[in-house]
Design a protein around this ligand. Structure first.
Ligand code: HEC
Length: 169
């Protein structure tokens, strides 16, 4: 069968192009593999410290409370978001602590109770805000108990006083 020369050229070019594309994909894969290895190494060297997350929850909770007390709703919304973001980060990490699935426990114990707080901020409702925080703090406490650390407890007095860790046994 006679095939025009330009068809042969075209097929040849197609083959070369395809081979190059394969090579490029392969090279890209190798690069990605090295990147993943680097990240894994970083994680192994610097394991996520749960207490560091908790320390920021405590700080954000205290500031969120103070902003709400002052009815500075824009500031309260800011701290609400910080708290939500850090909770979502911990949730995504898929972390267990001494066999306790802490990441899985974040949604029911923090992200869900936070929703009422968000609504209160949007509605600029001091009473609902206080109630939302009270429920939230009780969830912090029950998660600590469920995680085998019942001695980490917070109180939120009825009056304007800020949430506090309880140090008495
Ligand atoms: C998913 C369950 C869970 C939730 C929800 C949770 N915690 Fe914790 N928290 C823990 C665990 C587990 C530890 C122990 C960490 C460790 O062993 O290093 C801890 C430790 C702490 C500590 C001790 C570390 C320190 O800096 O003194 C504080 C404070 C704390 N949490 C505050 C809070 C506050 C405030 C909230 C709510 C806004 C909260 N936690 C919500 C599980 C939780």
């Amino acid at each position: 069968m006679w095939v025009p020369r330009w068809v042969l050229w075209l097929v040849g070019l197609g083959l070369v192009g395809g081979a190059y594309a394969l090579y490029a994909v392969h090279r890209e894969n190798r690069l990605l593999e090295t990147e993943v290895k680097k990240l894994e190494h970083l994680l192994a060297e610097r394991p996520v410290e749960l207490a560091t997350f908790m320390a920021s929850y405590e700080r954000f909770l205290t500031k969120l409370h103070a902003a709400g007390q002052a009815q500075n709703w824009a500031l309260a919304a800011f701290y609400y978001e910080e708290l939500e973001e850090t909770a979502e980060q911990l949730e995504k990490l898929n972390l267990t602590d001494d066999g306790v699935p802490v990441s899985q426990m974040m949604r029911p114990n923090l992200l869900q109770p936070l929703e009422a707080v968000e609504k209160a901020i949007q509605a600029q409702e001091p009473r609902a805000f206080q109630e939302g925080l009270r429920v939230l703090v009780s969830h912090c406490n029950s998660c600590h108990a469920a995680a085998g650390k019942p001695y980490i407890q917070f109180t939120l007095p009825e009056k304007d006083a800020p949430p506090r860790q309880r140090f008495t046994p």
